[in-house]
Every structure is written in C-alpha cells, then in structure tokens.
Design a protein around this ligand. Sequence first.
Ligand code: GLP
Length: 253
Amino acid sequence: MRVIIVPTREALGELAGKLLIARIAANPRIVLGVATGSTPEPLYAQLRKAYDDGTISLEQAHAFALDEYVGLAEDHPEGYRNVLRRELVGSTGLKEENLHTPNGHSDDPRAAAEEYEAAIAAFGGVDVQILGIGANGHIGFNEPYGSLNSRTRMAALTEKTRADNARFFDNSIDNVPTHCLTQGLGTIATSKSALLLANGKNKAEAVAALVQGPVTAQWPASVLQFHEDVTVIVDEDAASLLEMSDLFERVQP
Ligand code: GLP
C-alpha cells in the first residue's frame, strides 16, 4: 500500500488527477471504477479540465459505479447514476452507454446485483478503482461486519451512513434510502489497481484502521491491505491518527 499525504483537499484532487490522467493517457480504453460522495469531486474536476484542454478523453473508456441507492425515483438528482452523469458524461468524453451503474429500480434487486457483478467480470475487473471511505470505514456501501469477500448485492445502510449522507437529502435522514446495491469487497478486490482518497478529520479514524489496523470486518476498508496495488492519498487532517506518519511520502503537487 502506497500512502501519500498532501496538505489540503485541493492538493488531493490535483495529485489524484495527475496520477489518473497519466493512466488514461496511456490507455484510452481504460475501465474505471468510479466512486460517488464529495471526496472525488475535485478529481473529477481535474478530468473535465484535462478533457477540455485535449490531454485526455474518456470516449473509448468505460466506467462502473461502486453502488446505487435502492428505491429513489429514476430522475432523483442524488441517484448515483445521475450524480455520475453530471460529473463525467460528455464533460470528460465518457459516453452515457459506457457508464454502468447497478439498477436500483429493478423489481428484482438480487438479479440486478448478479447482472452487475457479471458485467464487471466480463471486463476482467476494472483497471483503476477510485474509492472514497466512509467515517465508519465503509467502501462502496460495504458497511462494518459484512463478509470480507462479498460480491455485488443488496445491502442495508447503517444509521451512521444515512446520517452522514442526509446532507444530500435536505438534511433529513428520513429522506435517505435505507438500502442500496453495492459492489462487494470481493468485487473491489478484482480491480487491478485502486486509488483511495480521504480528507478531513472525520475520516482520520477510518484511515488509521485502513492503513495500520488489523484486517477486520469492523473496518471494511482494511481488507485493502491484501490488495496488490493500492495508492492511498490523504490530507493532513485525515492522516492525523496515523502512527509514525513521518514515515509516509509527503507530496506538494
Ligand atoms: C458514500 C459512498 C461511498 C463514499 C463514502 C464517503 O456513502 N457510498 O462510495 O466513499 O460514502 O463519502 P464522502 O466522500 O462524501 O465523505
């Protein structure tokens, strides 16, 4: 696991942008795994900028979302397909038909989950998986105490995650869906490389558990310690509970 500490959230976006843009330039047919949440927003802004100035295009690329809420109206602005559409489709060259998201509207969520898992497998796993992390250590929507080898499935959201995400739903937890479809930890493990980003003090405990804690279902992201190619980029606040943090790379992009 390569851990890089940067001074600010802006620097996080810039450095992650540099790393990802190089990967896309080297392989325009790249299969990306894309996270939602506020953390990757500065990274997506970098991709749009690089598309505007002609450095890269995602026209031939595919993107697979990590997860989707179950039961939101199809045109709900916070549905993850709609979020990713706004962030990436067209503005980075990504085509609508190459944006893959689990079908949270299906009458048969179990079948929808299996289809999604199969679609990722058909590409042999994603090339670069972008990840954020929940304050309770979740990645995708893999909440604590699930299987470390889970596959795409319907899952319940914890009160903590629903409270954290209420800010996207008029600050009311009651508006936040109770269930989701999410890639499993075992699905995420099939990615060829992963880029996890975190900023802010509220992520510090989860980052310490991810990087230095025991591998445990209590902190789902800790399973990434087994991944062969993970880069973790965090700002100083999110790094604040790491032991011996002077040992880690510090980069000022
Ligand atoms: C959300 C998403 C995750 C994301 C996490 C953190 O609920 N399902 O993919 O990484 O929670 O979100 P944020 O970056 O807004 O803190």
